[in-house]
Design a protein around this ligand. Structure first.
Ligand code: GDP
Ligand code: IMO
Ligand code: MG
Length: 420
């Protein structure tokens, strides 16, 4: 049996904290897509740590962690991350497994990502520059190198062949940077990677499922960044939705049970692209400041705005969300008024669906206002303690989305979570 935790917005919904909270109920925690573009923040013994590629179950000593085939893996970042978790006393090699089918992010992928973004001028995606797009392009273009290839004698030869192809691409972008230092780091890091338990992830996980173990699939990014259903082209390059669990781990759809969708009580986006409910005013600034809305991977300020129920409803539909986890509710504690977007005025016409090219039409959000709760909720533990105004807000979401908000996160700490 597999349950999924994934983001319903444009990423950074608080998935890391939620996976860490739920991990105690599972035997295996598995990442199924994305790569070091992700930044999942956890608090361990009151200390902050950001995970990029290591599954967020790593701090639970007895749990198995798997990096699935759908992930694109950067050995250099992984090595650094392992050193960080080791500082917390974690024996990361003991319980972490890596699928042999996961594609490797090469130094030239990072260079191409950078060159491609530079070439886009005002049309930049706002990529994290971690090489994600180029690595997935080499996967679907049938060129890439996989973790399992590290064990081949021909690995270096294959690397050089691919590098030559990449060199041509970089020349076409007129990219001049010297990447030899990145390559040196890369070759050092792949030696480190070879020491891991490299497995056939699909047999590994299905064997566990057959034995009755419980698997938690951890999503990265968010549904509105999905390569098919997100705000294309301002998206990432993987399937961030529940369907990505099947292809990214090798599990059949019938094995998936609960789909926990994580959404902030408001909305953020980092990088470029449409964001209908964005607030370019002092309320947006206040949310950014109160919520410390700065990218966990790049440090960029996150764009902030009101919760968008048109987008959330869409995300619930494409993912088959069974329960919603609402995070960062405490960030709205001081607001007099809250707004939720119920529909869009698309070129002046009211619509309740996501337009084909969100960036090419004029979208004006239609809002419903709610009275703020003006109460500090961070120390509350029980639903009954929550202010009535907040319950009204949640009730409205439940009715609108027809998927229940089952958990409310009221602070960054692992135990700051309230069951509705
Ligand atoms: P992820 O990428 O979805 O894992 O989310 P990030 O870690 O990038 O961003 C979420 C940020 O919000 C992190 O700094 C978390 O520590 C923090 N966070 C998560 N849940 C809550 C919450 O309920 N309240 C507050 N105040 N912070 C939270
Ligand atoms: P987590 O897992 C928020 C965004 C980037 C950019 C776009 C494409 O922490 O929620 P990419 O590097 O994938 O080519 O960038 O996607 N992006 C994220 N935004 N959270 C993330 O991950 C993201 N990963 C990528 O900002 O707009
Ligand atoms: Mg993040």
């Amino acid at each position: 049996m597999v349950d999924v935790i994934l983001g319903l917005q444009w990423g950074d919904e608080g998935k890391g904290k939620i996976v860490d909270y739920f991990a105690k109920n599972y035997d295996v925690v598995a990442r199924f897509q994305g790569g070091p573009n992700a930044g999942h923040t956890l608090y361990v013994d009151g200390k902050k740590i950001v995970l990029h590629q290591i599954p967020s179950g790593i701090f639970h000593e007895e749990k198995t962690n798997l990096i699935g085939n759908g992930v694109v893996l950067d050995a250099v970042t992984l090595k650094r991350e392992c050193e960080n978790v080791a500082a917390f006393g974690v024996d990361y090699k003991k319980n972490m497994y890596i699928s042999e089918r996961a594609h490797l992010i090469l130094p030239t992928h990072r260079a191409i990502d950078k060159a491609s973004e530079l070439s886009k001028g005002n049309e930049k995606i706002g990529s994290t520059l971690k090489g994600i797009g180029p690595a997935y392009m080499d996967k679907t273009g049938r060129n890439g190198l996989r973790v399992g290839n590290l064990l081949d004698k021909s690995f270096t030869t294959e690397y050089i062949k691919l590098r030559l192809k990449h060199q041509k691409i970089l020349e076409s972008f007129n990219f001049q940077e010297d990447i030899s230092a990145w390559e040196e780091e890369f070759f050092e890091a792949i030696e480190f990677l070879k020491e891991f338990k490299i497995v056939n992830g699909e047999y590994f996980i299905n064997d566990k499922i057959q034995k009755g173990q419980r698997v938690l699939a951890e999503g990265a990014q968010g549904s509105m960044l999905d390569v098919d259903f997100g705000t294309f082209p301002f998206v990432t390059s993987s399937s961030t939705i529940s369907a990505g669990v099947c292809t990214g781990l090798g599990v059949a759809p019938q094995k998936i049970k609960e789909v926990f969708g994580v959404s902030k009580a408001y909305c953020t986006r980092v990088g470029s692209g449409p964001f209908p409910t964005e607030l370019n005013d002092e309320t947006g600034e206040l949310i950014r400041k109160t919520g410390s809305e700065f990218g966990a991977t790049t440090g960029r300020p996150r764009r902030c705005g009101w919760i968008d129920l048109v987008a959330l409803q869409f995300a619930c539909m494409i993912n088959g969300v069974t329960q919603i986890i609402m995070t960062k509710a405490d960030i709205l504690d001081n607001l007099d008024e809250l707004k939720v977007c119920n529909s869009y005025l698309v070129n002046g016409e009211e619509k309740n669906y996501i337009p084909f090219q969100m960036n090419k039409v004029n979208i004006e959000p239609v809002y419903k206002s709610f009275e703020g709760w003006k109460t500090d909720i961070t120390a509350m533990h029980d639903f009954s303690e929550l202010p009535q105004q907040m319950k009204n807000y949640i009730d409205y979401l439940n009715t609108f989305l027809k998927v229940p908000v089952k958990y409310i996160s009221n602070g960054p700490g692992k135990e700051q979570i309230i069951i509705a």
